[in-house]
Ligand binder design. Structure first.
Ligand SMILES: Cc1cc2nc3c(=O)[nH]c(=O)nc-3n(C[C@H](O)[C@H](O)[C@H](O)COP(=O)(O)OP(=O)(O)OC[C@H]3O[C@@H](n4cnc5c(N)ncnc54)[C@H](O)[C@@H]3O)c2cc1C
Length: 403
């Protein structure tokens, strides 16, 4: 059966004048999905490749949020991957395929599912779930995950300075947040603040319409330009006591979900490398120098092989991660290792792709320049490369080297 599908893929490639292995899934990862999930996967991928991928470039150039495209993503159920019972592998491959089409949108889909829907579903009250989940799952409402602060990034777990004070049946929140994705367009921010009474970091749903909440877009980013990242100021913002997530009364609770969201970046890293390979291969087959296609030069062939090898290694690592995640064995060490490793090689892959396109690799018009910038974000967010490396090495030596 699997051979038939592979053969059918090969024949389709021949008929449409596509190169061999048009989807570049050399390890037949998609075959690991159930029949139903595979069909859904093909349907979504087709949509992403035909409707999202090329269209995203202009939005990226203009740093503009594509509300219409997000509504389209909702039609394919991408707003409820966290709660619709799909397998970890399917969810991961969705993140990869969205990233292959556009990394910013995969950040939106990933943060939305892992950190917003996931947090409310697992740590929220029944009332909070009823209030927010239907709108979130249909992507008609958005949340922003507000953890990082202007003065606390890598050390945020210990250093977080935003405060929450319970006063007359309301929480009063004060502080500032930085880099918060969708901060200017979300309906609410999931704000992490330190309870003045017991010193614990807790999670609060802060509607963005509350007096005292201001969000300012961060412009001029070199990557993730479609994602609307924001500086947020919380100036005596008052919210009902019931807006605290009852399951998030200390930071360790959030850490479990942060472990999973760290892994999501690994799927993104696989996707960006597949995108780099797609662009590099098409360019190498089309562009002629010295009277022949670039693809005929051995050095170019080596680079194509290396990009695809990196992409396949990343994807295979993530497939294994999904396996242990499904078995309930995923710990922070594996997520951190996968995030650090895949983003490190993704950076190398897009740099190689960038140079393979020569001068045209510098322009986002040829997509590779866009990928080059986006890879930098993957390397540094959800815990920088260095911090994730420290997490891995602490786990395997028993010695902490953070400070
Ligand atoms: C585009 C983008 C989107 C983001 N989206 C969100 C979001 O939606 N929500 C959110 O809460 N946050 C978000 N972030 C924040 C992101 O998670 C942080 O940028 C990241 O954790 C790093 O923190 P920092 O930028 O403050 O760097 P710093 O912590 O200031 O680190 C600077 C450098 O020092 C290194 N370093 C720090 N400590 C050590 C150490 N002990 N040993 C060795 N090296 C060290 C770091 O690795 C890094 O290279 C986003 C960031 C970006 C760029």
């Amino acid at each position: 059966m699997l051979d038939e599908i592979a053969r059918a893929g090969g024949q389709a490639a021949e008929q449409q004048d596509l190169p061999p292995y048009p989807e570049a899934d050399l390890m037949h990862v998609v075959d690991l999905l159930s029949y139903e999930e595979r069909n859904r996967y093909f349907e979504v991928r087709e949509f992403l490749q035909t409707r999202i991928r090329a269209a995203s470039i202009d939005y990226w150039n203009r740093e503009e949020f594509p509300f219409g495209l997000v509504a389209d993503l909702a039609k394919f159920g991408l707003g409820r991957l966290q709660t619709d019972g799909t397998s970890k592998l399917f969810k991961g491959l969705m993140y990869t395929e969205v990233a292959r089409a556009d990394v910013s949108l995969s950040a939106l889909v990933g943060i939305h599912n892992e950190l917003i829907v996931g947090m409310i579903d697992e740590l929220g009250s029944e009332e909070q779930k009823e209030r927010w989940l239907p709108g979130l799952e249909s992507f008609t409402q958005l949340g922003a995950f507000a953890l990082t602060e202007p003065d606390h990034g890598s050390d945020v777990a210990g250093g977080l300075a935003t405060t929450a004070r319970l006063e007359g049946g309301e929480w009063v929140i004060n502080g500032a947040k930085r880099w918060i994705g969708a901060g200017t367009i979300a309906d609410f921010a999931l704000v992490w603040a330190r309870d003045e009474a017991d010193g614990q970091i807790k999670g609060f749903i802060v509607e963005t319409s509350r007096p005292g909440y201001t969000a300012t877009k961060i412009s001029n980013k070199i990557g993730l330009r479609i994602m609307q990242n924001a500086n947020i100021v919380l100036d005596n913002v008052r919210i009902p006591a019931s807006n605290m997530l009852p399951g998030a009364t200390h930071f360790a609770k959030a850490n479990e979900l942060l472990r999973d969201s760290r892994a999501w970046v690994g799927w993104q890293a696989a996707g960006i490398q597949l995108a780099a390979f797609d662009v590099a291969r098409a360019y190498a087959l089309d562009r002629r120098q010295f009277g022949r296609e670039l693809a005929r030069f051995q050095l170019i062939q080596q680079q194509l092989s290396e990009i695809l090898g990196n992409a396949s290694a990343s994807l295979s690592l993530m497939v294994e991660l999904a396996r242990i995640q499904e078995a309930g064995k995923l710990e922070m060490v594996q997520s951190a290792m996968a995030k650090a490793t895949t983003t490190r090689i993704a950076r190398a892959s897009v740099a190689m792709g960038r140079s393979l396109l020569g001068g045209n690799g510098i322009s986002s018009d040829f997509e590779m320049g866009k990928l080059f910038g986006d890879a930098e974000v993957l390397y540094s967010y959800e815990g920088s490369y260095e911090i994730n490396s420290l997490i891995v090495a602490r786990a395997v030596t028993g010695v902490s080297a953070f400070v």
